[in-house]
Ligand binder design. Structure first.
Ligand code: T3D
Length: 261
């Protein structure tokens, strides 16, 4: 599929989606959310894609809403509709995709751009990247899921501090607070991300999907219902051919070859 604002490429069952408005620091306009929605739907229907990388072209990951677009018209903006129709389906699609999603934060991530990175399952960032909530500085509420993801990663008080003050957070600080999983030298970032993604793409994809489902569900369940849910999901995982392949390889003392089924 070809798009105006994003690029896609495939390598070893890994789909890379690149936000491609480098002159605007990959700011999000209406086309970006529409194209991301379309692409994530396409990915969900392509069994050959077993891991997704989301990254940005040029010096930024993404600076959030294109404020020039947002202020271009004469009519007052319908923020709720813009979120419900544009951003929120992207966040839900990323979060529910049945394959691991990896944000490769190559530069600044601000506003809803940071929310996009937070909606991915894992994050790897360049040591030079920075993270800016930005919403507080323009009188907005952190959106596109940030009020949900951020406190889960850093806790209540830190989430409010980040949201209210909006100061830039360095990559080192983000690593220390658990906002990113790994850092890489800027020149090695793409290669390290690809290597990590390839490893995920060679894993038991169905089991990974069920694990993601379980961990997402745990965020709103008590222990008893989570135990039941785990048991139900394990019933599914235990019938996959990857489970069979994994156990056989263990007994034969060799590496398994997972098909993702
Ligand atoms: O509207 C709705 O539907 C609601 C949804 C809202 C979601 C949101 O994301 S709201 C938050 C929007 N984002 C921001 O407020 C971030 C604004 N940008 C910044 O704070 C800074 O630019 C950064 C910290 C991200 C980067 O700083 P720095 O020093 O690296 O770059 P810079 O010099 O500030 O920016 C470079 C250029 O990019 C500059 O343009 P120019 O002067 O060279 O022509 C700047 O205006 C432009 N730019 C940066 N961010 C945006 C942007 N242009 C449009 N929209 C932006 N978000």
């Amino acid at each position: 599929m070809s798009y105006e604002t994003i690029l896609t490429s495939d390598d070893d069952n890994v789909r890379t989606v690149t936000l491609n408005r480098p002159n605007e620091l990959n700011a999000i306009d209406q086309r970006v959310t529409q194209e991301l929605q379309k692409e994530l739907k396409a990915i969900s229907q392509e069994p050959s894609v077993r891991c997704v990388i989301l990254t940005g072209a040029g010096r930024a990951f993404c600076v959030g809403q294109d404020l020039k677009e947002a202020t271009a018209g004469d009519e007052p903006l319908d923020f709720a509709a813009r979120l419900n129709e544009g951003y929120n389906p992207v966040i839900c699609a990323l979060r529910s995709l049945a394959v691991p999603t990896l944000a490769c934060v190559n530069g600044v991530a601000a506003g809803a751009g940071w929310s996009l990175a937070l909606a991915c399952d894992l994050r790897i960032a360049a040591k030079t990247a920075k993270f800016v909530s930005a919403f507080g500085k323009i009188g907005l509420v952190p959106d596109s899921g940030m009020t949900w993801t951020l406190p889960k990663l850093v806790g209540y008080a830190k989430a409010l501090e980040i949201s209210w003050f909006g100061d830039a957070i360095s990559a080192e600080q983000a690593l220390e607070w658990g906002l990113v999983n790994r850092l890489a030298a800027p020149e090695g970032l793409a290669m390290e991300t690809q290597a990590w993604a390839r490893k995920l793409a060679q894993g038991p994809t169905r089991g990974y999907a069920l694990t993601k489902q379980a961990i997402n569900a745990s965020l709103s369940r008590d222990l008893e219902s989570q135990l039941e849910y785990e048991a139900m999901l394990q019933g599914i995982a235990g019938r996959t051919s990857d489970y069979e392949a994994g156990v056989k390889a263990f007994i034969e003392k060799r590496q398994p070859e997972f098909t993702g089924e």
